[in-house]
Design a protein around this ligand. Structure first.
Ligand code: GLY
Length: 431
């Protein structure tokens, strides 16, 4: 077994913050957001308990005309992959969409419970967090998905920070072994999907699974996991990004490692910048810098941050579903992209020399998300916290709806924001 030698990078990596906000004294907006979040999460935990499922979103409806206007394509050229056509009945719209452990989003609800517990110390949240996290145990046997980082890190990873035990470590390592099986050495990437027309599809979202590998190396001392994470990130850095540092959603590879195709799946067009994908890139490279201390990842994160801040066109900074979407009042926003960008920028703000612009940008996003335009009233929104996210517009799926990952990254960003003000390291390692 190769041994992992922890790097002595405390000084370089200390994500302590000196950032200050003019409104730092006024924390009413945070207190209100945390109070609403706690009430919503506890209600959802109780309400969905007997189903053994996890709340993911609300089912939505939309017309073909709205969709094609957003895609800027003729109505009759739209590919009929839409849920609406598959499920024309409308009675379920705006009802909760619940999922099992195998769904890519299954870790976010338990993760939100953990963050809300961290923000409040409320033991009821901890109890629910433990219960919902334990329901994800079968994920550690899964080999047919790359989303294992989302599923296990957000749940078990946060559990380890807040209520550690050895079972958690075993789950993380077992899951990381299965994720590593999806790595192809010739290509230098972890395979994302097992469906679709591609030879070997890799999506930018996959950067979010690398922290699970870093954690497995920290737990076991085996550098194999971390080496795979680095190879994946290096190959992605080489092939996913355009000259302006925006990225493609999907890059598919031939078996010899050459690029087969560059495309979108959830964005507006192959050459557009799907908002959440740009956020995954920013988050992934910032996080990998924390885990490796390799400055090339930080340099790249800084470039991606600049790209996001220049391409995001909305005044309130909650992006349209795609940075290249039509600029209009009716264009769907993506609160999930906003939340994860805020969380990543907070981490970045504590790493670079002058992090204030990142901090200010994140703070503005968080205050907007905590306002009545995005934050649900207690007891509404089917117990989700935020409104107005977009899952996959080209698939007519989850448009202008709550999403459990918007809630998760919102709470994570609040935790980071509060830690920054206390002068603590903005991000606390899971292991
Ligand atoms: N990873 C899937 C998404 O971001 O929608």
């Amino acid at each position: 077994m190769k041994r992992y030698t922890p790097l002595l990078l405390a000084a370089a990596l200390c994500s302590c913050s000196n950032q200050k906000s003019e409104t730092a004294g006024n924390t009413d907006w945070i207190d209100n957001a945390v109070e609403v979040s706690t009430a919503q999460l506890l209600s959802a935990a109780e309400r969905f308990d007997s189903t053994m499922l996890f709340p993911r979103s609300l089912k939505t409806d939309y017309s073909l005309e709205q969709l094609t206007a957003q895609m800027e394509i003729p109505v009759d050229s739209f590919k009929p992959e839409i849920e609406l056509l598959k499920h024309p009945e409308t009675k379920d719209f705006r009802k909760p969409y619940l999922v099992g452990y195998a769904d890519w989003t299954s870790g976010f609800f338990p993760g939100s419970l953990w963050y809300a517990y961290e923000l409040t110390g409320d033991e009821r949240l901890k109890e629910e967090a433990i219960k919902y996290t334990n329901r994800l145990l079968p994920v550690s046997d899964m080999t047919d998905t790359h989303d294992l980082g989302f599923m296990v890190n957000c749940s078990y990873g946060n559990a380890n920070r807040l209520a550690p035990n050895d079972t958690i470590k075993n789950v993380v390592v077992k899951t990381a072994r299965n994720l590593a099986l999806r790595f192809d050495d010739r290509i230098g990437c972890i395979r994302s999907w097992d469906f679709g027309p591609w030879n070997y599809p890799v999506i930018i979202d996959n950067m979010m699974n690398l922290d699970l590998l870093s954690n497995a190396t920290k737990i076991t001392g085996d550098s194999t996991f971390m080496n795979i994470a680095r190879r994946h990130a290096d190959t992605t850095l080489k092939n996913h990004f355009r000259d302006d540092n925006s990225c493609f959603h999907v890059v598919s590879y031939n078996s010899d490692g050459s690029v087969e195709r560059r495309q979108t799946f959830q964005g507006k067009a192959d050459n557009s910048s799907w908002s959440r994908g740009q956020g995954w890139a920013l988050y992934g490279y910032t996080e990998l810098y924390r885990n490796t201390g390799d400055k090339k990842y930080l340099d790249h994160a800084v470039k991606v941050a600049a790209m996001i801040m220049s391409k995001n066109k909305t005044k309130d900074l909650i992006p349209y579903w795609d940075f290249d979407a039509v600029e209009s009042e009716s264009t769907p926003r993506d609160a999930s992209a906003a939340a994860l960008i805020a969380s990543a920028l907070l981490e970045l703000s504590g790493i670079v020399d002058n992090g204030q612009p990142y901090f200010d940008y994140a703070e503005k996003i968080l205050k907007t998300l905590a306002s009545p335009r995005y934050l649900a009233e207690k007891g509404t929104n089917e117990n989700f916290i935020l409104m107005h996210s977009t899952g996959s517009l080209p698939h007519a799926s989850e448009i202008d709806t709550p999403l459990n990952y918007a809630d998760y990254y919102f709470l994570e960003a609040l935790v980071r924001y509060k830690r920054a003000f206390k002068g603590e390291a903005i991000v606390q390692d899971m292991f």
